[in-house]
Design a protein around this ligand. Structure first.
Ligand code: DQA
Length: 144
């Protein structure tokens, strides 16, 4: 099984940005945790991060016919991007939405998620562990 983990804008700043909200784990450490977890559960994993909406759309399109599951944290684009929603719908790959923080308990504008409409599960507020939980969900779903 191939899993693609996509992170949107400012998630490369994890560990530096607002640590009271997002914690102190850096993006590099997050990547290492994801790679270790992939090995543990026996899946292949690819990681991608971009600050640009169109690049995220391009990368989702490139997953078509190649990737079996997507973990996506679109960052701020969660709350604005119909383009990312449409890309996920277009490729029709099982996807899980992840947020490090508890978005549903923050500002009102963070409580809207477009991508959620194309995801079979959402994990919020579990810190970086949420990514690993999302991988487990995809693995279970893939196993039937
Ligand atoms: C986030 C929540 C978003 O509202 C915010 O814009 C982010 C990170 C999270 O992981 O909690 O960049 O997606």
């Amino acid at each position: 099984m191939n899993i693609l983990v996509i992170n949107g804008p400012n998630l490369n700043m994890l560990g530096i940005r607002e640590p009271n909200i997002y914690g102190r784990t850096t993006y590099a450490v997050l990547c290492a945790l994801i790679e270790d977890h992939a090995e543990k559960i026996g899946v292949d994993v690819e990681l991608y991060q971009s600050n640009h909406e169109g690049d995220l759309v391009d990368h989702i399109q490139k997953a078509y016919n190649r990737i079996d599951g997507i973990v996506i944290n679109p960052g701020a684009y969660t709350h604005t991007s119909v383009a990312i929603l449409d890309a996920l719908k277009a490729v029709s790959i099982p996807a899980v939405e992840v947020h490090v923080s508890e978005v549903d308990k923050r500002e009102e504008f963070r409580q809207i998620s477009y991508v959620r409409l194309a995801c079979f599960a959402t994990i919020t507020g579990h810190g970086v562990n949420g990514y690993l939980e999302a991988m487990d969900l995809l693995r279970e779903r893939n196993a039937g």
